[in-house]
Design a protein around this ligand. Structure first.
Ligand code: TA6
Length: 279
């Protein structure tokens, strides 16, 4: 287990941001005039054998323990791998970094896949996760941009845009595996749901006085997760009292919506954050 090299930090008129080569892991994006938009645990490990707790972990080439339920590490090897910085372009509107990861020789890889993450740190945060099948066989994989958003207090936060959408409910206390969202999502207990929708999702945060719009392209699902107190207490790299300040809104292609790539084909999932004051 080795400590990580320092992250790459950028600061410009549009935003301040930071990213680790480890996992191509974005850990900060703070648009000018706003409080940090990405949440980071004060207890995150920053070493080569752990995923960073917070920011935007890349879950790939499987989600959780995969569709078989037997894959390790949880959420795949991408967030535990050192990615190669392929490009860094600075401009008056922000910074764009491009990372690459060749997966062929990584334990559990489903074949010769090449992954790239483009992060555009501007007045919005724009992420593009692209996978190319460099193999001679069809390859299926799962993917998620597991974004941790900072909120003032999850108990006063609501999520709009998913009314009437069917979701898979993974929370331990869930009365059923599947349900339909009725109205806005509010939070009173551990919430761990996969909504099958590509629509924009809006996080209304009256405590921080802001609205975060999450837009996705080529993402069949969105996971909404807050561990609440009980689950947070079981996570070593998650402070017992930190659960009130975060909410995961994740762009996903998982389970029945895993990506199936023919040889030579490419798939790009897009994920954008836009922040504005609550009127
Ligand atoms: O995306 C939600 C989830 O799958 C939760 O079930 C919880 O396990 C969370 O991811 C965190 O996973 P991690 O492996 O980063 O602790």
């Amino acid at each position: 287990m080795t400590s990580l090299p320092a992250p790459r930090r950028f600061s410009g008129p549009a935003s301040t941001s930071a990213v680790f080569d480890h996992g191509a892991h974005v850990i900060e994006w703070t648009p000018a005039g706003h409080a940090p938009v990405l949440w980071m645990s004060a207890h995150s490990a920053f070493d080569s054998s752990h995923a960073i707790r917070g920011g935007v972990p890349i879950c790939f080439p499987w989600f959780g323990n995969g569709r078989t339920g037997a894959m390790t590490p949880s959420h795949g090897f991408a967030r535990l791998s050192t990615w190669q910085l392929l490009a860094l372009v600075e401009s008056p509107t922000g910074v764009r970094v491009t990372y690459g990861l060749d997966c062929a020789d990584l334990a559990g890889s489903p074949g010769r896949l090449h992954a790239e993450l483009v992060a555009d740190f501007g007045s919005d945060l724009v992420l593009e996760f692209t996978v190319t099948n460099r193999d001679s066989a069809v390859i299926e994989f799962e993917e998620a941009l597991h974004t941790y958003l900072a909120v003032g207090d999850i108990r006063h936060t609501r999520v709009t845009g998913l009314d009437g959408v069917t979701y898979v409910d993974w929370a331990p206390a869930a009365p059923s595996e599947s349900a339909v969202q009725a109205g806005d999502i509010t939070f009173r207990e551990e919430t761990d749901r996969l909504y099958l929708s590509g629509a924009d999702v809006v996080v209304e945060d009256p405590v921080l006085g802001r609205r975060i719009t999450v837009s996705r392209t080529n993402a069949a699902g969105v996971v909404v997760w807050n561990p609440w107190a009980t689950k947070a207490a079981t996570l070593q790299d998650f402070g017992d009292d930190e659960w009130t300040g975060m909410l995961c809104i994740e762009g996903t292609n998982v389970l029945g919506h895993a990506v199936r790539l023919d040889p030579g084909s490419t798939h790009t999932m897009g994920y954008r954050l836009h922040v504005e004051p609550l009127a």
